[in-house]
Design a protein around this ligand. Structure first.
Ligand code: QAP
Ligand code: CO
Length: 175
């Protein structure tokens, strides 16, 4: 087990489109376990492989109160969606920033499980929103992409300012 390093916005590696998983093997199962450990430690409710700089199509999520109900989706595809729901979202790759995003309120997801077998699951509520957010990561998309240009620009400025305060040399290095 290991806690993995999470990439943070605006890291360009978060824009990578992940490749489909071809074989579900022990190495992939180990990655899933490490991603769950990393998510629980954060703590968070969802994590995509892209966020730990592994560009393969797998995500983990657990929206339960006691964080005792892990979900793993390999090569996830939304095959049906219904309704819309506005929800305040955050992201482990954009720490300290939350904004309302509108997504489908119900989805049917097709994926492979850790046993390599395909399954379909109907999701609603927070888990439905979370899985849509994490599948976006696998396509190089972030929740801040849904905001207005003005809001995203303000966020970038805030992050740059925070970074300057954390490491005073970075502004100089960037010149
Ligand atoms: C995605 O996000 C999500 O800013 C998962 O300082 C979130 O686990 C989908 C986190 C909300 C739907 C609704 C964020 C932790 C965790 C932070 C997360 C932070 C510490 C975010
Ligand atoms: Co995220």
């Amino acid at each position: 087990m290991a806690i993995l390093k999470i990439l943070e916005y605006p890291d360009p590696r978060l824009r990578t489109k992940a490749e489909p998983v071809l074989v579900v093997d022990d190495e992939l199962r180990q990655l899933a376990a490490d991603m769950l450990e990393t998510m629980y430690a954060a703590p968070g409710i969802g994590l995509a492989a892209t966020q730990v700089n592994v560009h393969r199509r797998m995500l983990v999520a657990d929206v339960s109160e006691k964080q005792d109900t892990p979900h793993v989706f390999i090569n996830p595809v939304i095959v049906e969606r219904l309704g819309t729901e506005a929800m305040e979202e955050g992201c482990l790759s954009v720490p300290g920033f939350y904004e309302t995003v509108t997504r489908a309120e119900w989805v049917r997801v097709r994926a492979l499980g850790l046993d390599g077998e395909p399954f379909e699951q109907e999701l609603d509520g927070l888990l439905a929103v979370c899985v849509q957010h994490e599948i976006d990561h696998l396509d190089g998309k972030l929740f801040v992409d849904y905001l207005s240009d003005l809001k995203r620009q303000r966020l970038r400025k805030r992050i740059e300012k925070e970074r300057r305060q954390k490491e005073p040399d970075s502004a100089v290095r960037a010149l």
